[in-house]
Design a protein around this ligand. Structure first.
Ligand SMILES: Cc1cc2nc3c(=O)[nH]c(=O)nc-3n(C[C@H](O)[C@H](O)[C@H](O)COP(=O)(O)O)c2cc1C
Length: 308
């Protein structure tokens, strides 16, 4: 008999597969690399970590690759739910540490309102690497973003107060010295403390050299004014890193539904002493995997010809 439920026993339709592929493609890349591939088998979508792209020198363990796969997995699950299917998920790690995540949609299940909002947010997610505008993130948004990120595997908390902000800033400054030859990281810190001028799209490495990289006190002042989320896992290793990536993207999508932009900072946490230092200074358990900044983007109007 040809009922709608017959869909349960056939594979994803071509339209569904296209939506799932598009949503996975819209997960944040690591620089320009999307270190995963997506395959379909019956009612299962299989996300495999790509191991053919060697990690950059500042990430010898390939931590970002796993976090990126986790973020792509969140989009995949959000898309399966958004299409109105239950999402059964499984993460497997092979003996050589490669991650494969499978998501099966075995039966119809209507998405909740918040799941539907996060599904729609996949295409609207925005990165904002400059200093955020002065409007604070409302407490209810802070709570909602933290709540979707936290799980039994992942702890999520906001950096709070001047002492914590200075502790984080000192570690970022330490990483800036450890990565002194890495202009991308210097540029990232410079943008963090610089309000974007209308029309500017980014800061070139040369621009970062001209604009002084902030010292730890400037960074601390900025962190104290912003909403900076720390994501830490109970243990370390491939599955934990994937779980951290899921949390990153869940927080990012929730923030998007609330009109916020974000940026993701993992590079300093590739240094083990920064990971342990952060857990110590914030007096929190677990292994910090990512920092995320959230806020309202705001630009300074560009000077017009004739302006002083
Ligand atoms: C796992 C992971 C780690 C990242 N770490 C950093 C980082 O440390 N610093 C940074 O500036 N961007 C970082 N990014 C951001 C991306 O490289 C990318 O520039 C950003 O997401 C913009 O792409 P989008 O507009 O598609 O999101 C990271 C992204 C991923 C997936």
């Amino acid at each position: 008999m040809n009922t709608p439920w017959a869909e349960q026993v056939v594979g994803w339709s071509a339209d569904e597969a296209e939506v799932l592929s598009e949503c996975v493609h819209r997960a944040p890349p690591v620089h320009t690399t999307r270190p995963w591939q997506l395959e379909f088998a019956d009612r299962t979508a299989v996300l495999r970590e790509r191991r053919d792209v060697p990690p950059p020198p500042h990430d010898p363990e390939g931590r970002d690759r796993k976090i990126a796969c986790g973020a792509a997995l969140t989009n995949l699950v959000a898309a399966v739910r958004g299409l109105g299917w239950a999402a059964d998920m499984d993460i497997a790690v092979s003996a050589d540490g490669a991650v494969t995540a499978s998501v099966t949609g075995p039966r119809r299940s209507r998405a909740s309102d918040s799941e539907a909002h996060r599904f729609r947010a996949i295409g609207d997610r925005r990165v904002h690497e400059w200093a955020f505008g002065p409007r604070p993130v409302p407490p209810e948004d802070l709570e909602a973003v933290r709540d979707v990120a936290a799980s039994p595997a992942v702890g999520a908390w906001w950096v709070g107060g001047g002492a914590e902000a200075l502790g984080v800033a000192r570690l970022l400054d330490y990483a800036a010295r450890a990565y002194h030859a890495n202009l991308d990281y210097q540029r990232e810190l410079t943008m963090w403390t610089t309000r974007r001028v209308d029309g500017a799209v980014g800061l070139s490495a040369g621009g970062a050299a001209r604009v002084r990289v902030p010292d730890e006190f400037q960074l601390a002042a900025r962190i104290e004014r912003e909403a900076v989320l720390v994501l830490a896992t109970r243990t370390d290793g491939p599955e934990s890193q994937v779980r951290a990536g899921e949390a990153v993207q869940a927080a990012w999508l929730e923030a998007t539904t609330r009109g916020l932009a974000a940026s993701l900072v993992t590079q300093p946490l590739h240094l083990s002493e920064v990971r342990t230092g952060l857990a110590d200074r914030l007096d929190r358990p677990g292994v910090p995997q990512a920092l995320m900044r959230f806020g309202h983007p705001a630009a300074i109007p560009a000077a017009r010809p004739g302006d002083d």
